[in-house]
Design a protein around this ligand. Structure first.
Ligand code: C2E
Ligand code: MG
Ligand code: MG
Length: 595
C-alpha cells in the first residue's frame, strides 16, 4: 500500500493538514490499524473504487480497476483514463468529472457501457462524487462502479421476449405496433407511403391436425424465414399470432408493393418438407396503405385484416387490396353477429316449412325446415346472409341445435295430430357436422321430442362430405344405424368424387335449383339434370328437384322419372299452421298431374 500512501501524500497540502489532525487525535497504533483496515477494504471490495485528482490522474485504485486495465494498482496511479480507454470514452469520463468538480454535485448510478483495455465489454453502474478536504474545498473525485453486465443481459432478454415471438424470432405484435406507429410518424413528415400486409396461412390447421404441433412449428418457422427473405432490412415481418403475420413496408411505391406481395405468395407456396411429409401451404393476403386506407396503426391493421378476409372469402391463395366497402361489410357482419346472439337468447328465430311432393302421386313426402330470422330493426333477414355469418362465428352450433329440435318437435306434433306421416328435412352446416358431439345431439333431440328416427332426414352438402370422406362416412353410419336418413343438398354445385359418393349412406340427391331454373330450354342444364337422374338410379338414390317454379320444368322432370319436387310451383315455405292446413286439404294433386 506504499503507493496509495504516497498518492495520498500527493493529494496536496490540504490533505496533509487532515492527516496531521488525525495523527493528533489518534495514537500511532490506532492509525496503523485503521490504515490496515482501509487497505483491506479497498483491496477486497468487488466493485471498482478509485480516487482521482483535479487533473483526472488516478490517485488510488483498487485491484478490481487495475485488473480491468491489465496491470497492477501501482501502475495505474498517476495516469489518466486517456492512457487506458478509447479516446471517446475517456473524453466522456473527463467531461463528466469536470462537471462534477464545477458543479460540486455528485453523479449517482449512471449506467455506462464500457470496453475495457483488455477488450471486455461490460455494463457498469457508476457513481462519482467530489472529494473535499476539511475546509470543504473540492480536491478530486471519488468513484465507485459496479459491474451490472449480467443484470443488463437479463433485462435485454426480457425485453427481447416481450417484443419478439419466441417460436419464429420475429418481432411480435407489441413491437410491430411500435414500429408501425413510428413509420407512420415518419411518413407523415415526409409525405411518403406506409404499406401494411396481413398474411394468413390458408391450410395451416391441416398441418397441425395431421402431423401435430412439431410439424406446425417447423412450417411457421420456414414461412417466417421465407418472408424475411422477401423484404428489405428497413421493412418488418412480425408474427401477429397463430398463423397470422404482418408485413410492414416503409415507404413503398405501389409497384414495389405488388412485387413484394407476389414474391411472398410464390415463396410461401413452395413445398415445405417436414419429417418426410411435403406440405403445400398457401396464404391469403390483405393490403392496406397509409394514407389512403387509414392514418393510424389500429385502423390500417384492421383494414388490412378485412382485405385479407375478403381474399379468403374469394377462394384463398390470393391478394386483396383494401376498399371501404370491406369495412362496411365487416361492420354489418359484426352487427348481425351480435344481433344473432341476442336473437338466440330471446328466441327470435322461427321455422318455415316447405313441402316436397311425389311427382307420380302428388303426395307430400317430406317437409324441409328453413330457418327464419325477423330482426327487430332490420326486418326479415335472408338465411343465405345469416347462415354463413352464424357458421363463421360458431353460433350455427346453437342455432342448428335449436332448428333440429324445433323441427323434430313440430314433425312429431303433426304425426300425433293424425296427419299422414311425413319426413322432416333439416339442413346441417359443415361446422355442426364436424362437431364431435353432433351425433349425440341428434340422438338426444330425437329422444326428447319422441320423433321416430326414420322420419328425420338430414341435408348435407357435397363439400361437407368430401372434406374428409372416411370421417363423414363414420359419422353418417352412426345415425343411419338408428334409422336417420340423409340427403345431399344443392347437388351438382360441388365437386363430388363419384367413387366416394357410393360409399355414403345417402337416400336422396337434391338437384340444385340452379339446374332446374332453365329447364327445359337450356341444353347444359338438361344434360346435368338427366345425368343426375341417371346417377341417382344407378346409386339407388331418389332425386328431389329443388326450386321448381313452372309447369314446363315439372313436365321435363316427370318425363325423366324424377321422383320428387320442391318449389314455388307447389308451395313456398310456410309457417307450421299454414302447412298443416295445406296438408289437410291435400289438394296439390291437381297441380302435379296437370300438364
Ligand atoms: P336450401 O337448403 O337449398 O333451401 C332451399 C332454398 O330454396 C330455400 O331458401 C327456399 O326458400 C328456396 N326455394 C324454395 N323453392 C324455391 C323456388 O321455387 N324458387 C326459388 N328461387 N327458390 C326456392 P332459403 O329459405 O332462403 O334458404 C337458403 C339456404 O339457407 C338453404 O338452402 C340452406 O342452405 C340454408 N338454410 C336455411 N335454413 C337453414 C338451417 O336451419 N340450417 C342451415 N344449416 N342452413 C339453413
Ligand atoms: Mg336444404
Ligand atoms: Mg338446396
Amino acid at each position: 500500500m506504499g503507493q496509495a500512501e504516497a498518492a495520498l501524500e500527493r493529494l496536496g497540502s490540504a490533505n496533509r493538514g487532515l492527516q496531521a489532525e488525525i495523527m493528533e487525535r489518534q495514537s500511532q497504533e490506532d492509525w496503523q490499524a485503521e490504515r490496515a483496515l482501509f487497505r483491506a477494504m479497498i483491496e477486497q471490495v468487488q466493485d471498482y473504487l478509485y480516487v482521482k485528482d483535479l487533473q483526472g490522474r488516478f490517485v488510488i485504485v483498487n485491484p478490481a480497476v487495475a485488473a480491468d486495465f491489465g496491470c497492477e494498482p501501482d501502475d495505474v496511479v498517476g495516469r489518466t483514463d486517456f492512457d487506458f480507454h478509447p479516446k471517446e470514452l475517456a473524453v466522456q469520463f473527463h467531461r463528466d468529472e469536470q462537471k462534477i468538480i464545477d458543479s460540486e454535485e455528485p453523479m449517482i448510478a449512471r449506467e455506462e457501457f464500457v470496453i475495457t483495455p483488455n477488450g471486455n465489454k461490460k455494463w457498469v453502474s457508476t457513481s462519482k462524487q467530489p472529494l473535499r478536504d476539511n475546509s470543504g474545498r473540492v480536491i478530486g473525485i471519488v468513484g465507485i462502479a459496479r459491474d451490472i453486465t449480467d443484470r443488463k443481459k437479463a433485462e435485454e432478454q426480457v425485453h427481447f421476449m416481450a417484443h419478439h415471438d419466441v417460436l419464429s424470432g420475429l418481432p411480435n405484435r407489441v413491437r410491430l405496433m411500435d414500429r408501425l406507429t413510428k413509420a407512420l410518424h415518419r411518413a407523415q413528415r415526409r409525405g411518403s407511403r406506409v404499406v401494411v400486409i396481413f398474411v394468413d396461412l390458408d391450410n395451416f390447421k391441416d398441418v397441425n391436425d395431421s402431423l401435430g404441433h412439431h410439424a406446425g412449428d417447423v412450417v411457421l418457422r420456414t414461412v417466417a424465414k421465407r418472408m424475411v427473405g422477401c423484404i428489405r432490412a428497413t421493412d418488418t415481418v412480425a408474427r401477429f399470432g397463430g398463423d397470422e403475420f404482418v408485413i410492414l413496408l416503409d415507404d413503398a411505391a405501389k409497384k414495389v408493393t405488388a412485387a413484394v406481395v407476389e414474391k411472398i405468395r410464390t415463396r410461401i407456396s413452395e413445398p415445405i418438407i417436414v419429417d418426410d411429409h411435403t406440405f403445400h401451404i398457401t396464404c391469403s393476403m390483405g393490403v392496406a396503405s397509409y394514407p389512403a386506407d387509414g392514418t393510424n396503426a389500429e385502423v390500417l391493421l384492421s383494414n388490412a385484416d378485412a382485405a385479407m378476409y375478403r381474399a379468403k372469402a374469394n377462394g384463398r391463395d390470393r391478394v386483396q387490396t383494401y376498399a371501404i366497402e370491406m369495412t362496411l361489410a365487416a361492420e354489418e357482419k359484426q352487427r348481425l353477429q351480435e344481433g344473432m346472439r341476442a336473437a338466440l337468447e330471446r328466441n327470435e328465430f322461427t321455422l318455415q316449412f316447405q313441402p316436397q311432393f311425389d311427382i307420380e302421386t302428388g303426395q307430400v313426402l317430406a317437409v324441409e325446415a328453413l330457418a327464419r330470422w325477423n330482426h327487430a330493426d332490420l326486418g326479415p333477414i335472408n338465411p343465405s346472409k345469416f347462415i354463413p355469418i352464424a357458421e363463421e362465428s360458431g353460433l350455427i352450433v346453437r342455432l342448428g341445435d335449436w332448428v333440429l329440435r324445433e323441427a323434430c318437435r313440430q314433425c312429431k306434433a303433426w304425426h300425433d295430430s293424425g296427419l299422414p306421416p311425413v319426413r322432416i328435412c333439416v339442413n346441417v352446416s359443415a361446422r355442426q357436422f364436424r362437431e364431435t358431439k353432433w351425433v349425440g345431439r341428434v340422438r338426444k333431440a330425437l329422444l326428447e321430442t319422441g320423433l321416430e328416427p326414420q322420419y328425420l332426414e338430414l341435408e348435407l352438402t357435397e363439400s361437407m362430405l368430401m372434406h374428409d370422406v372416411p370421417q363423414a362416412v363414420a359419422t353418417m353410419r352412426k345415425l343411419q344405424a338408428i334409422g336417420v336418413q340423409f340427403a345431399i343438398d344443392d347437388f351438382g354445385t360441388g365437386y363430388s368424387s363419384l367413387s366416394a359418393l357410393k360409399t355414403f349412406p345417402v337416400a336422396r340427391l337434391k338437384l340444385d335449383g340452379s339446374f332446374v331454373r332453365n329447364l327445359p330450354q337450356d341444353d347444359d342444364d338438361m344434360g346435368i339434370a338427366t345425368a343426375v337422374l341417371s346417377l341417382g338410379r344407378r346409386l339407388k338414390m331418389d332425386v328431389v328437384a329443388e326450386g321448381v317454379e313452372t309447369a314446363d320444368q315439372l313436365g321435363f322432370l316427370r318425363d325423366h322419372k324424377c321422383e320428387a319436387a320442391q318449389g314455388f310451383l307447389f308451395s313456398p315455405p310456410l309457417d307450421a299452421c299454414a302447412l298443416e292446413d295445406m296438408m289437410r286439404a291435400g289438394n296439390r294433386q291437381g297441380k302435379l298431374t296437370e300438364r
